[in-house]
Design a protein around this ligand. Structure first.
Ligand SMILES: *Cc1c(COP(=O)(O)O)cnc(C)c1O
Length: 237
């Protein structure tokens, strides 16, 4: 993959990343517009994130509720934000008005709490279920077998729209190491669609190091921070 950080100007970098996403879709036999880029702004100040929003990249991702809450009012009105990091129950009420989608719902209890608070506060949240496909115990996410057992109560939540699945591949120098994890997420999604007679459209997978592989394996949302914004200014994982 190209090192996008060799491109000095952030707007040019954005353009190259978007073109690369379209090309990768085409090469994989997918429609060019079947993958949406999420510009991950965590650890970068609003002045930096604003540059990409003004250049047409209106979808951003943040991993912390507090950081998003502070940053979003300083960004253009048409900015859309997805929560990609772990959500604590005591932040749900703050999160609902900020995020167009929550990628990180990783337990039935959390989904039930989101649904209940959404009812109290008048929201109909869109969520993704985060799955720990690699079995690494340091990661958040549903164990695939537990998720299968809990799909029925999850699908029964009355205010919460389950839009698909999300995963993080374990860190590796070689992007191709992520492939089997991404393929597994796709297989789990396909199997749920069949078994529960549903249509989960989204697979959120792929970051700066492995989004090309993720697109080849069916990602619809890729979460790119470092390749677009450069190394993070503040310490933030
Ligand atoms: C930080 C983060 C990203 C982006 O990572 P980069 O390697 O900087 O592209 C993607 N997804 C999640 C969940 C993250 O926390």
């Amino acid at each position: 993959m190209i090192n996008f950080l060799d491109i000095p100007n952030i707007e040019d970098r954005l353009e190259h990343i978007r073109a690369f996403i379209s090309q990768t879709c085409k090469r994989s036999g997918r429609p060019e517009d079947s993958v949406e880029l999420i510009a991950v702004g965590k650890g970068h100040p609003p002045e930096t994130v604003r540059l990409v929003v003004e250049a047409g990249q209106t979808l951003i991702g943040e991993n912390k509720v507090q950081e998003a809450k502070a940053k979003l009012p300083l960004l253009p009105q048409n900015t859309r934000c997805h929560l990609i990091g772990h959500l604590q129950k005591n932040k749900i009420r703050h999160a609902l008005p900020l995020f167009e989608m929550i990628h990180s719902v990783d337990s039935l209890a959390l989904a039930e709490a989101v649904n209940r608070i959404a009812g109290d506060d008048g929201y109909f949240p869109k969520i993704l279920l985060q799955v720990n496909v690699s079995g690494e115990d340091s990661k958040f996410g549903f164990d695939p077998e537990i998720l299968e057992r809990e799909m029925e109560p999850l699908l029964a939540l009355d205010r919460t729209e389950i839009c698909g699945l999300m995963t993080l591949a374990p860190y590796s120098e070689d992007p191709d190491d992520s492939r089997r994890h991404f393929a597994k997420l796709r297989e789990i999604r396909n199997h749920f669609n069949e078994d529960f007679d549903i249509d989960l459209p989204h697979l959120s997978m792929g970051m700066s190091g492995d989004f090309e592989v993720a697109i080849e394996e069916g990602a619809t949302l890729v979460r790119v921070g470092t390749s677009l914004f450069g190394p993070r200014v503040r310490k933030n994982k």
